[in-house]
Design a binder for this molecule. Structure first.
Ligand SMILES: *Cc1c(COP(=O)(O)O)cnc(C)c1O
Length: 396
């Protein structure tokens, strides 16, 4: 007999909820932020440039532009790419809505292409089917931190003269064919939200090797104005020009000081995420009701998320019941993602359920388990114990 589930009155595996992701802030992070608070520049100061330089160097790109969120990074990239009304870009339905929303902000139209069944990354063969004369860009997402099929995507882009905006919000530190994510697309965007690999509270970064795109990104984050306050102060002048309709998408020096500290710890944290994934894989490989994440040999994922898929034909219940039972055990499970085109806003735009069957089938079966670098081995083992307990209970 299996142990009694917490939702049926048994003892939960954890006494309090273990979240699916969370940040780590150390004393040196706090000191770095306080130092900036006591300095002359709270925003548009020297910490912004330092964070950008270190970020660019880490990912191996020539330029990094820091902005106020990953969503702002996507919006800025769509602006810099010159997309507007009448233009289309192709992205995946298996992502956070921001990957597609960024097109709508600029009056462009998102077009979805279904995903590959193994990695749940956008399928290059499906992209080909969606290319139209209006197509200007591709927006692949490195789902869970496993790089998309970038060589195939870049080849399609070259053939059709398209810009590639890689949404690497999950993939900071991942490699594709031994090259770091960050300089493998025309522009690559990252997020520094607290659930991501490093945090600045809120924040985002765009990296590129193209000087003109970097210039346009900097203008966009600063109201469309060509110089920043500090440049004007240093030059002793007052003149400035607004040349495009930009936004205030700046990241503060407080946040960049935190980002600099966090970036220095990233390699150690990635190693921990990879060790957690290996421990999960070893345990879940033995459970036929569960499919573990695919890892392609040419990729080293960054493990933002650890997503299992349930073999529902082997279970007496659906994903919702398994999810509820795991939450009962105080495992902070989540679902990444409800396909973007299923959201009411996209339904109103005319997108139809059933058009992307691979993504939609996966959605019905997937569950994200806790994955963050500060998890202890006892946390990992508790998650494994809870999954074993719940699956044993609902096994056919
Ligand atoms: C987190 C995330 C974003 C948006 O980042 P924010 O910093 O929260 O605005 C965009 N795309 C994907 C795939 C994400 O996971």
């Amino acid at each position: 007999m299996s142990a009694r589930l917490a939702i049926e009155g048994g003892a939960p595996v954890f006494r309090t909820l273990l979240p699916y992701g969370r940040q780590q802030i150390d004393d040196d992070d706090v000191r770095a932020v306080v130092e900036v608070l006591q300095s002359d520049w709270l925003t548009t100061g020297p910490k912004v440039n330092e964070f950008e330089d270190k970020f660019a160097q880490y990912v191996g790109a020539k330029y990094a532009v820091a902005v106020s969120s990953g969503t702002a990074a996507l919006h800025a990239a769509v602006f810099a790419a010159g997309l507007g009304s009448g233009d289309q870009a192709i992205t995946t339905p298996m992502t956070f809505a921001a990957s597609a929303n960024c097109l709508l902000y600029q009056g462009a139209t998102p077009v979805f292409a279904d995903v590959q069944a193994d990695t749940l990354n956008i399928d290059p063969a499906e992209i080909e089917k969606k290319i139209a004369p209006q197509t200007k860009a591709l927006i692949p997402v490195d789902y869970t931190g496993h790089p998309a099929d970038l060589d195939a995507i870049n080849q399609i882009a070259a053939r059709h003269n398209l810009i590639v905006i890689e949404d690497a919000a999950h993939a900071l530190g991942a490699t594709y064919k031994s090259r770091r994510i960050g300089a493998l697309a025309t522009m690559t965007i990252f997020s520094t939200h607290p659930v991501k690999h490093i945090t600045t509270g809120e924040g985002g970064v765009i990296t590129t090797d193209d000087a003109e795109l970097a210039r346009r990104l900097r203008i966009f984050r600063n109201h469309g104005i060509t110089t920043e306050a500090r440049e004007r102060q240093e030059k002793g002048g007052w003149f400035y020009e607004m040349v495009a309709l930009g936004y205030n998408y700046r990241l503060t020096d407080l946040q960049c000081a935190l980002g600099i500290q966090q970036l220095a710890k990233l390699d150690q944290w990635l190693a921990r995420r990879r060790a957690i994934a290996a421990r999960y894989n070893a345990a879940f490989r033995e459970i036929p009701e569960i499919e573990i994440p695919t890892m392609k040999p040419e990729c080293k994922p960054a493990w933002h998320l650890y997503v299992i898929r349930l073999n529902l034909e082997r279970l007496r219940v659906g994903r919702a019941e398994v999810f509820k039972a795991l939450r009962g055990e105080n495992i902070g499970v989540n679902v990444h993602y409800i396909p973007v085109h299923w959201h009411p806003y996209y339904q109103k735009l005319g997108f139809k359920k059933g058009e992307y069957p691979v993504a939609e089938d996966a959605y019905e079966r997937l569950i994200s388990l806790p994955m963050f670098h500060a998890m202890t081995d006892a946390h990992v083992d508790g998650v494994i114990e809870a999954v074993r307990k719940v699956i044993a209970h609902y096994r056919r």
